[in-house]
Design a protein around this ligand. Structure first.
Ligand code: ADP
Ligand code: ASP
Ligand code: MG
Length: 419
């Protein structure tokens, strides 16, 4: 990221800031954003900004589509939901102009955001930043619409919920920014969602891998694909508040000292369902067939737990979002009848997932035992368990998920970790 940018050498730093929906959810907050940008300019920096739709607007646009049809076509959804960002970039630009700052808004297409893949969850392929660079060289602040781009056919596509994070990280990388700041309504990345665990602490730093794991199991402060991109291209970034000047969380490569902390954070995911298939013949290819039909229907499955076969039959359990349960049952029905009379499918909704993440787990033993013991003492029953090198996930009844998060947060001493 650093060193080789093309920008104007007279400036101190080239900074990309991303303001999320919560930071622009009222006219006063939009004015606050404009003032913050102006003070960075006054310090002598060159600034480019990526903005999300005003808080709640994307949800409202989705609800509008559902009033018209039950399953709106994804192509039209992209045309509709990308308008949220178009409103906010114009408003932020106007607020800047009002306080005497030269600024221009640009849409995803104008910012050269090239996408591919499926509508509403497109991949960001490349960014042609020629126009943005030109505006910057002219001394203008560019205000870029997050979340949107265009595909090869010229159609508008969006990058999945929370996708402005990806727009910002990738844009910062494309213009060789010196710094990328993600500004939001919390002071940084916390050891748990502060809305769920009041004792959660802000983390001064976190590794890409830890934030990636946390983001992929429900920590919505950053979209997981944006962290993946940052890791791949080495974009060091900071998550901090748009409402104060407190230092934020630095997201970076891991270093040795980080391993001393066993658990960095706790994350929860609500509205999960479990599917269990029993009576699966213990033959090669069976798991591929079962999971294959779910993949074909783009149903994301998560924790997969399998038992070794007994009496010639295996069983698989996996979790998914409750919204996908109906589609999963429909997709699995024909496979089950092909498997024969002994195959059976059971489902359970109303569960939630709790995960703990930390790179220190690689070098410490007994972490799972400590977690399970604390949950047991708290009277919380564990459903499924799955682990990876730096993560342990379990399911519990959804009604107990917040208790479970607090118990686990406390047992690993995260309440008292230095902020
Ligand atoms: P933005 O509108 O800026 O994109 P989001 O709503 O997407 O903001 O993300 C910020 C929210 O993420 C916070 O308000 C917080 O409740 C939630 N959150 C969940 N887990 C964490 C965590 N571990 N650290 C910080 N925030 C978290
Ligand atoms: N406005 C989009 C959303 O609400 C993108 C974003 O906020 O990052 O998901
Ligand atoms: Mg967000």
């Amino acid at each position: 990221m650093d060193g080789c940018r093309q920008g104007n050498p007279l400036f101190l730093m080239l900074i990309v800031q991303k303001y999320g929906g919560t930071s622009v959810d009222s006219f006063e907050r939009i004015r606050n954003v404009a003032r913050r940008i102006k003070s960075l300019l006054d310090e002598g920096n060159e600034v480019a900004v990526v903005v999300s739709a005003m808080g709640g607007v994307t949800d409202k646009l989705i609800a509008m589509a559902q009033e018209i049809c039950e399953e709106p076509p994804d192509r039209e959804m992209d045309v509709l939901i990308s308008t949220g960002e178009q409103q906010s970039i114009a408003l932020v630009t106007m607020a800047l102009n009002q306080i005497g700052v030269k600024a221009v808004s640009i849409t995803g297409r104008q910012a050269g955001m090239k996408t591919s893949g499926s509508h509403t969850r497109a991949r960001l392929e490349t960014i042609d930043s020629t126009l943005s660079q030109r505006y910057l060289m002219e001394g203008k602040v560019v205000i870029v619409a997050g979340f949107q781009g265009i595909n090869e056919e010229g159609l508008i596509q969006t990058l999945g919920r929370g996708g402005s994070d990806l727009s910002a990280i990738a844009f910062a990388s494309s213009i060789n920014a010196d710094l990328c700041q993600i500004l939001t309504d919390v002071d940084g990345v916390y050891s748990a969602d502060p809305r769920v665990v009041p004792d959660a602490r802000k983390l001064p730093e976190i590794s890409y891998d830890e934030l990636l794991e946390l983001a992929s199991v429900g920590t919505k402060v950053m979209q997981s694909r944006s962290v993946e991109f940052a890791k791949k291209y080495g974009v060091k970034f900071e998550v901090r508040s748009s409402l104060n000047n407190n230092p934020g969380t630095i997201v970076t490569e891991e270093h040795e000292a980080m391993e001393a902390v066993v658990i960095r954070g706790v994350s929860i995911e609500r509205s999960q369902a479990r599917v269990t298939i029993t009576g699966i013949p213990d033959e090669p290819g069976m798991s591929g067939r079962i999971l294959g039909v779910l993949g074909d229907d783009e149903i994301n499955i998560d924790m997969i737990v399998s038992n070794i076969a007994h009496d010639g039959y295996a069983r698989h359990s996996f979790t998914m979002h409750t919204n996908d349960l109906g589609r999963a049952q429909a997709a699995l029905k024909p496979v089950l009848s092909e498997l024969g009379g002994d195959a059976n499918l059971e489902t359970e909704a109303g569960i939630a997932k709790l995960s703990v993440v930390g790179i220190g787990m690689r070098s410490h033993s007994g972490v799972a035992a400590q977690m399970f013991k604390a949950l047991g003492e708290g009277g919380i029953n564990i459903g499924m368990i799955s682990t990876s090198e730096i993560k342990i996930s379990i399911t519990v009844e959804e009604t107990r998920i917040e208790d479970a998060a607090r118990v686990v947060h406390a047992v690993f001493g995260l309440d008292s970790a230095p902020a």
